[in-house]
Design a protein around this ligand. Structure first.
Ligand code: SF4
Length: 362
């Protein structure tokens, strides 16, 4: 065996031993069920393992297989997803489950070329399912894996998520068997040890293979990312009639598509909050605001932007014409609708206010 092959074998052995002894026991790792692995991978693209766990458990209970997901109404799927963000991913899961049911008799096909044609199956998801569920040797490169390889190889130039420069490392190191364990071991190493800040090199099983560590540069490679959040101010109207509140459905494409919210929208440059409210209600409902009282402000950070939502209780001059995207619902019933997280905070506020009214503390 050549020196290089010996080193690769040694690297794999250390990494896989470490993974066997230290990986987190997670529900989607205790199964080979491609459906469960698929759902978990899509959820994990949104956020951390800790944040995903309650969502995954609820999903598993309500939609335990392709059949149950494909039969569920989209609004129910979006409701279960509420709070995870990137709602298009939930829609794609739903849409793909129906295709799998019809075209593949409810079985996820173990073929890369078939998977990648399904909605929401990009190169990452397709490779992850082929590797984790079917143990096929496809490299799986998420942010954790990228960081580990960048440090192992001491890559100083900027890389992007689609950068092919990391693939040669994986192609030479990925074993033909147990590729799923190898890929997951690299991911877990990035999540637990080779963390973005303060990597725990003293606990790392592959320090002697790591060029950044040898050069003392593990803290500066890769350089930290600067996040530029877009900041938005929006106004919303809490419009009541006979104990019910008016809600409307967002358009079926674009941000937060098909979720329900209170009428309103962004404040334009130079407008006061109240002017923005008058304009937005007029534009959306074709009715003028007769009276408004400020209720509360909530702040929410979505992945792509941060929003300050200003809620006003409003009375309208006339009744708006209802259509299929506009509904009167009780405060209790709103809980059944999928809503953006900012609106969910307003709903919490309204519920709290109702409770205080009932108990006489307001
Ligand atoms: Fe990451 Fe440190 Fe291990 Fe290198 S030695 S892979 S920097 S944890």
């Amino acid at each position: 065996m050549s020196n290089q092959n010996q080193r690769i074998t040694e690297f794999r052995g250390r990494l896989l031993r470490w993974y066997r002894n230290h990986h987190r026991k997670l529900p989607w790792r205790e199964t080979q069920d491609p459906y469960k692995i698929w759902v978990s991978e899509i959820m994990l693209q949104q956020t951390t393992v800790q944040a995903v766990l309650p969502y995954y458990r609820k999903w598993e209970k309500l939609f335990p297989d392709i059949e149950s997901l494909s039969r569920a109404p989209l609004q129910k799927v979006l409701k279960v997803w509420q709070g995870l963000g990137y709602y298009q991913r939930a829609k794609n899961l739903h849409k793909a489950s129906r295709i799998i049911k019809d075209k593949f008799k409810g079985q996820i096909p173990p073929a890369y070329h078939e998977l990648k044609k399904l909605p929401g199956f990009g190169p990452y998801t397709t490779a992850a399912i082929m590797s984790f569920a079917f143990d096929k040797p496809y490299p799986v490169v998420d942010a954790n894996v990228r960081r580990v390889i960048i440090r192992l190889r001491r890559i100083r130039q900027k890389t992007s998520p689609n950068d092919k420069s990391l693939l040669p490392f994986l192609e030479t190191h990925l074993p033909l068997k147990k590729s799923g364990h190898f890929n997951q071991a690299l991911m877990e190493l990035g999540a637990l040890v080779c963390r973005p800040k303060n990597p725990r090199c003293l606990l790392c099983p592959v320090t002697e293979f790591c060029q950044a560590y040898q050069a003392g540069e593990q803290e500066v490679i890769p350089p930290p990312k600067k996040r530029n959040y877009q900041k938005i101010e929006a106004v919303i109207g809490i419009i009541k009639k006979s104990g019910q509140i008016l809600i409307q459905k967002r358009p079926s494409s674009g941000l937060l598509a098909d979720l329900w919210e209170f009428p309103g929208g962004k404040r334009a440059a130079g407008e006061s909050l109240e002017q923005a409210l008058d304009r937005e209600i007029k534009e959306e409902l074709s009715v003028e605001v007769a009276k408004k009282n400020f209720l509360t402000r909530v702040h929410h950070a979505y992945t792509q932007f941060q929003v300050d939502l200003y809620a006003y209780e409003c009375r309208l001059k006339n009744e708006p014409h209802l259509n299929r995207r506009l509904r009167w619902v009780t405060l209790k019933a709103i809980r059944r609708y999928p809503v953006p997280s900012g609106s969910a905070k307003i709903i919490n506020f309204l519920e709290e206010r109702e409770k205080n009214k009932i108990s006489g503390t307001e």
